[in-house]
Design a binder for this molecule. Structure first.
Ligand SMILES: NC(=O)c1ccc[n+]([C@@H]2O[C@H](COP(=O)([O-])OP(=O)(O)OC[C@H]3O[C@@H](n4cnc5c(N)ncnc54)[C@H](OP(=O)(O)O)[C@@H]3O)[C@@H](O)[C@H]2O)c1
Length: 246
C-alpha cells in the first residue's frame, strides 16, 4: 500500500485527507492518506523515520516556510516564494514544490483572460506570495495591499488606495482570511461601490462558498470565483507530482 499524508498544526479542518481518501476509494488505488499533526516542525525528521513508506507529503500552516530547511531540493517557485506545500520523496531525497501556484494559475485563468489590466492583491502572507508569483509569470501588473504600507516594497495600505485606483483595478484577489468561517461577516476594507460588471473578484477563501467579499461583487454584476477550485486543482497537482515517473 502506498502512503501519503499531511503535516501542519492543528489539522482539525483539513481538506486533503477527505479528498484523497475518497479519490483512492473511488479509483481503487491501493494507498492511504493520513494526517500528521506536529506540535513543532522539529518533529518532522522523527516522523520520516517512523513512517519510512511515506512518499508524498502535503504541508500546511504553520510549516510551509520552516519545512524548507529539511528538503534536499526545491522547485523554482519554492525557492522564490519561500513556501513549500508539497513534498515528494525520491530515493530517500525530499523534493519540495508549491502547488498553490499551480492551483491558483489554472483556476484564475478559467474565467479571466490575463491582460494588462491592473490587479489588486490583498494581504501579504504565503498565499499572497504564491498569487504574486503567478501574476508575474502571466505578466499581469498588480499592486499589493496590506494593513501596513511599505513604500520600499511598493506595498500600499488600504487607506492609501484612492477610489480611482480601485475602480481602475479590474481584478481584486483576496489573499487574507477575512470572510472565512467563523468570521463570515468580515471583508477587506475597500470601496465596493466602484465595482462593475467589468470587474473580477477572486477569493482564496472557500468556506463559505459565497464570502462577504464575493457577495459585494456579485451584487454589482462582477465575475466571481472562490478558492474551492484552486484547492482541488492544487491537490490533484500534488498527486500528479507524486505519481509522475522520474
Ligand atoms: N483555496 C486555496 O487553495 C488556498 C490556498 C492557500 C491559502 N488559502 C486561504 O488564503 C487565506 C490566506 O492564507 P495564508 O496562508 O496566506 O495566510 P497568512 O500567511 O496568515 O496570511 C494572511 C495575510 O492576510 C492578511 N490579514 C490577516 N488578518 C487580517 C485582517 N484581520 N485584516 C486584514 N488583513 C489580514 C495579512 O496581510 P497584511 O498583514 O499584509 O495585512 C496576512 O499576511 C486563508 O484564508 C487560507 O485558507 C486558500
Amino acid at each position: 500500500m502506498r502512503s501519503f499524508g499531511l503535516i501542519g498544526y492543528p489539522l482539525s479542518h483539513s481538506f486533503s485527507k477527505g479528498f484523497f481518501t475518497t479519490k483512492f476509494e473511488r479509483e481503487g488505488i491501493d494507498a492511504r492518506y493520513e494526517n500528521y499533526p506536529l506540535p513543532s516542525i522539529d518533529a518532522f525528521p522523527d516522523l520520516l523515520k517512523a513512517e519510512p513508506a511515506l512518499e508524498g507529503i502535503n504541508v500546511t500552516i504553520p510549516y510551509k516556510e520552516s519545512v524548507i530547511q529539511y528538503l534536499d531540493e526545491v522547485s523554482p517557485a519554492v525557492s522564490e516564494i519561500g513556501a513549500c506545500n508539497c513534498i515528494k520523496k525520491v530515493d530517500g531525497r525530499l523534493i519540495g514544490y508549491n502547488t498553490d501556484v499551480l492551483g491558483f494559475e489554472k483556476s484564475f485563468c478559467k474565467k479571466w483572460q490575463p491582460s494588462q489590466q491592473p490587479a489588486l492583491v490583498l494581504g501579504t502572507g504565503g498565499a499572497s506570495k504564491a498569487v504574486q508569483w503567478v501574476l508575474k509569470q502571466l505578466r499581469v501588473p498588480f499592486t499589493v495591499i496590506s494593513r501596513q504600507s511599505d513604500p520600499s516594497r511598493g506595498i500600499l495600505s488600504y487607506n492609501d488606495l484612492s477610489r480611482e485606483q480601485q475602480a481602475a483595478a479590474l481584478c481584486w484577489i483576496n489573499c487574507t482570511p477575512l470572510g472565512m468561517v467563523p468570521n463570515t461577516e468580515t471583508l477587506p476594507p475597500l470601496d465596493y461601490t466602484v465595482l462593475t460588471s467589468a470587474h473580477y473578484l477572486y477569493d482564496l477563501v472557500y468556506n463559505p462558498p459565497l464570502t462577504a467579499f464575493l457577495a459585494q461583487g456579485r451584487t454589482r454584476g462582477a465575475l466571481t470565483e472562490n478558492g474551492q477550485d484552486m484547492l482541488e486543482i492544487q491537490a490533484l497537482a500534488g498527486w500528479a507530482i507524486w505519481t509522475a515517473q522520474p
